[in-house]
Design a protein around this ligand. Structure first.
Ligand code: PMP
Length: 350
């Protein structure tokens, strides 16, 4: 007899983007990492924390992430009890489901978006309901009032790259009887965000990651902004020392260097616009993107063919087998030169 819980025995588990063993031999545009290093202040802060002999590492980190939360709160114009830190925003998504959706209760999200919501719900034994997108990026069949415990709205959407408007999200929050989580993993690359709407909407939670705009995917950092009662609940259920000392000083330094962030974002957005225009010039259909990636379909709408041909040239992009997405590719925005190489390859592949 297999003693596993049924839902664990039956689930498949999430498969993250392919990680080649010889990473440096590839142009890696499949997991929306940042092509530029984090702020130089980050490495400085880590070096200072490690010191000459790593002595500080014998002590536990600050369980409450006080300095990092204060830095985030200052940046967002809220008080620190509206902010929680996390070991990647994935940790928040997990803990939000644990906090709000019990066994058999419903969570909802948009399809296509981030399928990890579904994996996390399966672990918890929660039910999942997905809402498809219409041609003009509206949710199909969404009820006037949604009774699920939690709804995840990825905005900007991944993998498609469009963002829901501020007005649309404000109205949508009112239609959710439960909590609305706006997953703003990519919001720093967008023209706007809805973080300040948490003040007006009791049921709104905004999650952010340091993995994309702050170039800290390797440190596993995220945060959420919401009402203090939501933050207090998330604080109760997280691992008590969920962020290590190095991650904490890195996050604080990154948050305090907004000038550096702005420069990096401007570069990536400029590359994104150029790459989009060039792809369109060779006949690709490209969705206007608000993220650090584009979703693009070749003229023959065979994303798998182009994926394979790029793979053979050691260029890694994301192809989804999902029939709704198989016609295209999600391509992260890398450095100028990586995108030039990728474009040249795509022109050759046709
Ligand atoms: N949300 C979305 C929409 C994402 O694409 C990702 C990264 N793949 C995450 C959340 C998780 O990011 P992290 O755990 O690295 O903060």
């Amino acid at each position: 007899m297999n003693p596993l819980r049924n839902n664990i025995a039956e689930m498949n588990g999430y498969v993250p983007g392919f990680q080649p063993a010889d990473e440096s031999a590839w142009i890696k545009l499949n997991t929306n990492e940042n092509p530029y290093p984090p702020s130089p202040k980050v490495a400085e802060a880590i070096r200072a924390e490690v010191g000459a002999d790593g002595g500080s590492l014998r002590k536990y980190p600050d369980a409450a992430s006080r300095e990092m939360r204060a830095a985030a709160a200052e940046l967002f114009g809220v008080s620190p009890d509206w902010v929680i830190s996390a070991n990647g925003s994935d940790e928040l998504l997990n803990n939000l489901i644990r906090a709000f959706a019990g066994e058999g209760e419903e969570i909802g999200y948009v399809h296509p978006s981030y399928s990890y919501y579904s994996t996390l719900a399966e672990i918890q034994g929660a039910r999942v309901r997905t809402f498809g997108l219409t041609e003009d990026f509206e949710l199909a069949d969404f009820p006037e009032r949604y009774e699920g415990k939690l709804f995840f709205l990825t905005s900007p959407n991944a993998p498609l790259g469009f963002a829901f408007s501020r007005e649309w999200i404000a109205a949508f929050a009112k239609r959710c009887a439960g909590m609305l989580v706006v997953d703003e993993a990519y919001a720093d690359f967008a023209d706007g965000d809805v973080l300040d709407l948490v003040r007006e909407h009791e049921n709104l939670i905004v999650t952010r990651t340091f993995s994309k705009s702050y170039a800290l995917a390797g440190m596993r950092l995220g945060l959420a902004v919401a009402r203090p009662w939501v933050i207090a609940a998330l604080d109760k259920i997280r691992d008590h020392y969920h962020l290590d000392r190095l991650a904490l000083v890195a996050a604080t330094a990154a948050l305090r260097d907004q000038d550096y962030l702005r420069q990096t974002l401007a570069r990536i957005r400029a590359t994104r616009e150029r790459f989009t225009a060039e792809l369109r010039a060779i006949g690709y259909r490209v969705i206007d993107s608000q993220g650090n990636f584009v979703f693009a379909s070749p003229p023959d709408r065979d994303g798998g063919r182009v994926y394979q041909a790029l793979f053979e040239r050691k260029i890694l992009v994301r192809h989804f087998s999902d029939p709704l997405l198989a016609h295209g590719l999600r391509i992260s925005i890398g450095s100028e030169s990586d995108m030039e190489t990728t474009l040249a390859a795509m022109r050759e592949i046709g």
